[in-house]
Ligand binder design. Structure first.
Ligand SMILES: Cc1cc2nc3c(=O)[nH]c(=O)nc-3n(C[C@H](O)[C@H](O)[C@H](O)COP(=O)(O)O)c2cc1C
Length: 199
């Protein structure tokens, strides 16, 4: 049986990135619970032509591949830095190329980071409605972290989470996502067995 594929997509436009580190920390928690194939992308991976594309055929190849990966994933972990109270423009611009029905019923974990606690509800007020448009199955536990919840790691080349409360929320969201993926896999197995029984 193939492993479920979980795709991380984050809206950071610089590296190292706290928002990417937070989303990848959630991916690592899910990996601790379940054997998954995990792939991680940000808007920088999409390439410089993303911003000027109007229709999907205009997308540069790296961006088109990310959209394809998002659509074909078993589950998503999305994340963004807060810019002026919302997700970044380029995060939304890539999401705009997703065919609406391709996310219907797909588990999506919501994460964001910001300079302080003031915009902590951005996950509920901007990310959840956006994925609601797609009828995606957003996880009940969404995660927000402030810059003060991270320390520099790898000699300044990365960010590590330090806050225990956020680690707890990551664990809760990982339980939820691993549970949904396990149910998806057992449903697919049952459907396969039923098909063999009929033939
Ligand atoms: C243009 C810009 C706008 C920002 N606006 C907000 C904001 O409205 N609220 C907030 O809490 N932080 C804001 N921030 C801070 C970032 O959200 C925060 O530092 C975030 O953790 C950066 O994530 P990154 O390391 O992935 O880029 C802003 C930063 C920039 C560069």
């Amino acid at each position: 049986m193939s492993r479920p594929r979980v795709v991380i997509f984050t809206g950071n436009i610089r590296r190292p990135s706290r928002s990417r580190a937070l989303a990848e920390a959630l991916g690592a928690e899910v990996e601790r619970r379940l054997s998954i194939e995990l792939r991680s992308y940000d808007v920088l991976d999409a390439g410089p032509g993303l911003g000027s594309a109007l229709v999907r055929n205009d997308l540069p190849l790296p961006a088109a591949r990310i959209v394809d990966e998002i659509e074909s994933a078993n589950a998503l972990i999305v994340g963004t830095p807060v810019y002026k109270g919302a997700y970044t423009g380029l995060f939304k611009h890539l999401i705009d190329f997703i065919t609406p029905d391709q996310l219907a019923g797909k588990p999506v974990a919501l994460t964001a980071t910001g300079g302080g606690a003031r915009h902590a509800l951005v996950v509920e007020h901007t990310l959840r409605p956006l994925f609601g448009f797609f009828a995606a199955l957003t996880l009940p536990t969404a995660i927000y972290a402030s810059d003060a919840d991270f320390t520099a790691s790898h000699g300044g080349a990365g960010h590590a989470l330090t806050d225990a409360g956020i680690r707890n929320r990551l664990a809760n969201a990982a339980d939820e996502l691993a549970g949904l993926l396990s149910r998806q896999a057992s449903g697919a197995e049952a459907a396969k067995r039923a098909a063999y029984a009929v033939n």
